[in-house]
Design a protein around this ligand. Structure first.
Ligand code: ADP
Length: 454
């Protein structure tokens, strides 16, 4: 999956333009407070974290204290050298906040605001801009930062202006949260926090806009995974239930049928166990829980062992299975059990997706340039269509035309990729042509041997 750069920002931020408000004590003070408010609001997205909300409220309070000096509270006056966020809601929150307190020197405040990934805009009661950080200029356009204009508010959906009016009218620590899409060509999904920044002379509101494209994409992938997992778990379960029901209701008259139903139950149970095991293995690797038990592994010897284990299945299918090329010194520092899992998976796939009477061969090479051992499993089977290539190592992906040819989980290759790439710093790939066959290969760096010895 390609990562989407969040809030790309042009460095050519027009610092020389006089009308763009970039500094000054009150603005800086508000800006710094909004960093805190923004961080708090953004972090509390989705999960309600009361202390973060309190930080936001206190940060806004600190800003108004600095901005409207004469009305500052005693604590605000005492802390006018910097901004300190503190909760007033409870003793427990106070303790958390004390440990989270942030001091910002004035010279760093504008830079800090410009470094923030969220767009931060300060507007008055009429929606006219008082301040906009670099991300606001990148997200809403350069004109959004022109002080005294409504460019920023007009580049946002109309409900934002209504929210500004609402929070300013309500006063206090009033704030609103809006989920919507920007009117840019890509309709970027955003979450917007609007907060009142009350003062004695002027009513202002902060608008913090967060681009949530990455979060939305992550949610979509998670939903897709859950839907697929649900489907893949239910299919063998329904088959198990139907077969067991037939046997239990004594609807099966002859022994041959009874054996057939028992065989279905065994096959589906094995498939279910494999599916759950693979899901758990992948989850352990992806969550960083899995640890490689490193040792010197001779990939030539390991390949011979795996080929021997698959020989009876190859014989049953009249497939010629062999090691067609091997080398000495194909030793890497790796987790033997995990690499065996990878090899067995690639071999059993090669056998599964090759018609009876075909050929499967393992080759072991040393890539001197990349300093790695490369193991390839070649077959002259079905091959993989070009359109399937990018998704082949994804979760639950199966080539649709292969489904009737052999049963599977669609997780094996994903687990292989996790083991090779995430746990051994290697690479995995495939070259294939439909109707001609495939070469699935993986490369494990040899340098790890040296590293381990050191
Ligand atoms: P499965 O349990 O379905 O085999 P994998 O993740 O191991 O799951 O493989 C994903 C898909 O990749 C398979 O369903 C099949 O369509 C395709 N595939 C894997 N190995 C081969 C191969 N050697 N030849 C052709 N297609 C293959």
């Amino acid at each position: 999956m390609t990562q989407t750069e969040r809030n790309p920002r042009g460095d050519a931020a027009a610092s020389a333009e006089p009308e763009i408000v970039r500094s000054g004590v009150p603005i800086v003070a508000i800006g710094a407070s909004m960093v805190l408010a923004g961080i708090a609001a953004a972090l509390s997205d989705g999960v309600i974290q009361p202390w973060l909300t309190a930080v936001a409220g206190a940060a806004i309070g600190a800003a108004s204290t600095l901005m409207f000096g004469p009305t500052a509270t005693a604590r605000g006056a005492a802390e006018s050298d910097g901004l300190r966020a503190a909760s007033t809601s409870s003793l427990a929150h106070d303790e958390v906040l004390r440990s989270k307190a942030i001091e910002i020197r004035s010279g760093e405040r504008t830079k800090l605001l410009d470094a923030l990934g969220d767009a931060v805009v300060l507007v008055d009661l009429h929606g006219e801009t008082r301040f906009a950080n670099a991300s606001a200029r990148a997200m809403l356009g350069e004109r959004a930062a022109i002080a005294g204009t409504r460019h920023a508010i007009e580049s946002l959906p109309p409900m934002v202006m209504r929210a500004v009016t609402g929070v300013v009218a309500a006063g206090g620590t009033e704030r609103r949260r809006i989920e919507c899409a920007l009117r840019d060509p890509g309709l970027t999904p955003v979450v917007i926090h609007i907060a009142n920044i009350g003062g004695s002379e002027e009513r202002l509101a902060s608008i913090v806009v967060r681009d949530v494209r990455v979060e939305r994409e992550t949610d979509r992938i998670k939903d897709e995974f859950v839907a697929k997992a649900n489907h893949e778990l239910r299919t063998p379960l329904s088959s198990l239930r139907a077969s067991a029901e037939m046997l239990a209701d004594c609807e099966v008259s002859d022994d041959a049928q009874r054996v057939e139903f028992a065989r279905i139950i065994l096959t589906e149970t094995d498939r279910l166990v494999a599916l759950v095991d693979q899901m758990l293995d992948i989850e352990r690797i992806e969550s960083g829980m899995a640890r490689a038990d490193l040792g010197d592994v001779d990939l030539a010897a390991l390949s011979s062992e795996c080929v021997a284990e698959q020989q009876s299945e190859a014989n049953r299918r009249h497939i010629a299975l062999s090691i067609s090329r091997s080398v000495r010194g194909a030793t890497v520092s790796a987790d033997r059990g995990l690499l065996k899992q990878v090899l067995l998976n690639l071999l059993s796939n090669a056998l599964k997706y090759t018609p009876d009477g075909g050929r499967v061969a393992v080759e072991i090479d040393i890539d001197n340039l990349a300093r790695s051992v490369v193991v390839s499993v070649r077959d002259n089977g079905l091959g993989v269509p070009v359109h399937a290539m990018p998704r082949l190592f994804g979760k639950f992906y199966r080539v649709d035309t292969h489904e009737k040819f052999a049963k599977g989980t669609g997780l094996g290759l994903n687990l292989c990729r996790n083991i090779v790439e995430a746990m051994h710093g290697g690479q995995i790939g495939v070259d294939s042509e439909v109707g001609q066959g495939s070469r699935f290969w993986f490369a494990i760096p040899m340098e790890q041997v040296g590293r381990k010895a050191a």
